[in-house]
Design a binder for this molecule. Structure first.
Ligand code: SF4
Length: 80
């Protein structure tokens, strides 16, 4: 499944608005606010579900800004 994304300043973003992350984790805004940078798709299998009412209450936990020193903290890799 392709993940399309327009957040072009993300480390994993690619031309054509494609996400090139090996996997991503979408969570509630509340969890995104409180979880550390190390919490990402690798830990998702053990995570508690976080239901929300609207798309505005979701966030991509895998987002990391280009050149951020924390890029490798979550063990997600960039394809290509
Ligand atoms: S990791 Fe998330 S924010 Fe970054 S390109 Fe992929 S979907 Fe977009």
């Amino acid at each position: 499944m392709a993940v399309m994304c327009t957040v072009s300043n993300c480390h994993y973003w690619g031309p054509g608005n494609k996400c090139d992350a090996s996997s991503i984790l979408i969570v509630s805004d509340a969890l995104a606010d409180e979880a550390t940078d190390r919490f990402d798709a690798v830990q998702a299998v053990d995570a508690e579900p976080t239901p929300v009412d609207t798309c505005m209450a979701t966030a991509c936990k895998t987002f990391v800004k280009r050149d951020d020193p924390a890029i490798t903290d979550d063990h997600i890799t960039k394809r290509l």
